[in-house]
Design a protein around this ligand. Structure first.
Ligand code: NA7
Length: 546
């Protein structure tokens, strides 16, 4: 362990002879920032590489109009530092992207993080050297860094995807992906704007774009179930109250399946066991309250298709009430299972289609054939516009890991290892890749939870593991193939007990052509934390430590 960020060339007791830093971390979003801070507190030297010009990760890149978190602000924040919790003031129930980015910057200033972060620098290759038990990391600036440990903190939704439609480069207007929105903003006033995609990004952006631009054309392939967010200014009394008992509030949330929402009424009964009146009452309450926990109104909405149908019907009825033109309402009405694609929360999404300057184009039966110099063409019709926005999502959970050429033991690359889908032990480690960790990797609860809380749990587990290795004088830790097999079975078994595998979601990689269909996140935060703790208590069972 070295005690500064400078290069250490002294020998290590574990046989390592030279290392620039103890740990290289990729990404300076919430995961990379806390990993850096935590490792520093433990006395390790760290170098973080970040492609952006500043911290913030997802919240640095996703600057599209309307971008907002779907977890409440008092919960979507670091819990590791009581003073930080007390000092930062949130202004809305759900924070907007600018406010979350300001928070990330505040954290970077407060803990002086930037001095160990190389910005505008991409990690291109990472090779494990078996002779020195170290990682050699090559970066886009031509530099190379040697480290004992290598942590991918690259986020679950960072690698943007464009649809495979010919002609994208031919469009002569402005083309933007929501996940790479320009920092300087985009002038939309008096512009004819088109948007492809009605996932969370599209649903958040569409109402705001409609207010800003002259005409908005929405190209929708799959209609979306969305629940009102009911975003509002955060009442001072609520903030003061939570801050007066923040530890207790956090502990209660840690015990929830998604690490959030402990103060939302919980129901553990089947939808089939209540009267129609009670069913509607609960859904109505959840609709009025707003937020993703609409799905927790009964215990079987996400596990039993006939239970799920009641929830579908309820939202379909709401769409028909809000949208004035019955033909438009019909196009906006989904038929699939509710919640198996990530449930979206919105502000005025369906009502936006009542505006005269908004046009909905259903491309499910008449797909987009090509992008042209002035717009796009479906088989049946041509459309013209000035700005084309792709809200077409991400190569989720694995995209940013696979983008780096990572080579582990015996020349095995991560691309080969995951050629039939991602496989991990605990969502944290991969056999064949010693001393490498992924924060919120596939096989961990990650995107099915309050991400910041999942990130903190991973960061603390990784730093405890590194400290434990040093206490033992060990140089490597590597997951065993049998532990990986059991873990993959466990993640699959949990998903198969639900309706999640039943539709084409990014959770399954179904939005990326050719990607192997695997349900990537693990359901259930508290059980996962218990398992990670147990592994550590049992001297890192499932790993080879040398
Ligand atoms: P999503 O949720 O993956 O949504 C992408 C959208 O783009 C979705 O509506 C897709 O339709 C649509 N899409 C993709 N390709 C096409 C083509 N070729 N034609 C028409 N429409 C297309 O990404 P988001 O960025 O909205 O959200 C990702 C997560 O980020 C979100 O869940 C939050 O956790 C934050 P499809 O449904 O595939 O038919």
């Amino acid at each position: 362990m070295s005690n500064s960020s400078s290069k250490s060339s002294e020998g290590f007791s574990n046989g390592l002879t030279s290392s620039d830093v103890d740990v290289v971390v990729v990404g300076a979003g919430f995961a990379g920032m806390y990993m850096l801070h935590r490792l520093r507190m433990c006395g390790y030297s760290v170098r973080v590489f970040e492609a952006g010009t500043d911290v913030g990760g997802t919240w640095y890149w996703n600057r599209y109009p309307g971008a907002r978190c779907d977890v409440e602000s008092l919960e979507y924040s670091y819990s590791f530092d009581a003073d930080l919790e007390q000092d930062w003031e949130w202004t809305e129930r759900y924070s907007s992207q600018p406010e979350i980015l300001a928070y990330a910057k505040h954290v970077a200033d407060r803990f002086d993080l930037r001095s160990d972060i190389s910005f505008e620098t991409r990690v291109e290759t990472a090779d494990f050297d078996e002779s020195t038990n170290s990682w050699r990391i090559q970066t886009s600036d031509g530099g190379a860094t040697v480290s004992r440990f290598f942590v991918m903190a690259t986020g679950c939704l960072s690698s943007t995807t464009l649809p495979d439609i010919p002609g994208i480069e031919d469009f002569e207007g402005t083309t933007i992906h929501t996940g790479q929105w320009p920092k300087e903003g985009v002038q939309l006033k008096d512009k004819r704007v088109a948007i492809i995609g009605t996932g969370s990004s599209g649903v958040q952006a569409i109402p705001v774009l409609a207010e800003e631009c002259k005409e908005l054309t929405v190209f929708q392939r799959t209609p979306q179930y969305t629940i009102p967010a009911r975003n509002e200014p955060l009442e001072t009394a609520r903030q003061v109250d939570v801050k007066s008992r923040y530890r207790e509030f956090r502990e209660a949330n840690f015990a929830m399946p998604q690490a959030l929402g402990s103060e939302i009424p919980k129901f553990n009964d089947s939808i089939h066991d209540v009267s129609e009146e009670e069913r509607l009452r609960r859904f109505e309450n959840a609709w009025e309250r707003g937020g993703t926990l609409f799905m927790s109104s009964f215990n079987d909405v996400l596990v039993d298709e006939s239970a799920n149908e009641y929830a579908q019907d309820f939202v379909r009825e709401k769409i028909s009430e809000i949208v004035e033109d019955p033909e438009v309402a019909a196009k906006l009405t989904p038929e699939h299972i509710i919640g198996c694609k990530r449930l979206v929360i919105d502000t005025d999404y369906f009502a936006t289609f009542n505006r005269p300057n908004v046009q909905l184009v259903d491309v499910s039966g008449d797909p987009i054939q090509e992008i042209t110099s002035s717009g796009l063409a479906t088989q049946e019709k041509d459309f013209e516009f000035d700005v084309l926005i792709f809200a077409t999502g991400f190569d989720a959970m694995t995209g940013s890991i696979l983008r780096v050429a990572i080579t582990g033991r015996d020349g095995l690359t991560i691309q080969e290892k995951w050629s039939a889908g991602p496989r991990t032990y605990l969502g944290l480690t991969v056999p064949g890749f010693p001393n490498m960790f992924a924060i919120s990797g596939p096989g961990s609860p990650s995107v099915l939870t309050n991400m910041i809380i999942s990130i903190e749990q991973h960061v603390e587990w990784i730093s405890d593991c590194i400290r434990w290795l040093d206490t033992k004088g060990a140089s490597t830790i590597e997951a065993l193939p049998a532990a990986e097999d059991d873990w993959v079975d466990h993640v699959n078994a949990k998903a198969e007990r639900t309706l999640f595998p039943g539709c084409n979601s990014w959770y399954l990689g179904a939005n990326v052509p050719g990607k192997t269909r695997v349900f990537m996140p693990l359901l259930g935060f508290p059980g996962y934390v218990r398992r990670c703790n147990q592994v550590a208590e049992n001297d890192y069972e499932g790993f080879v430590v040398q």
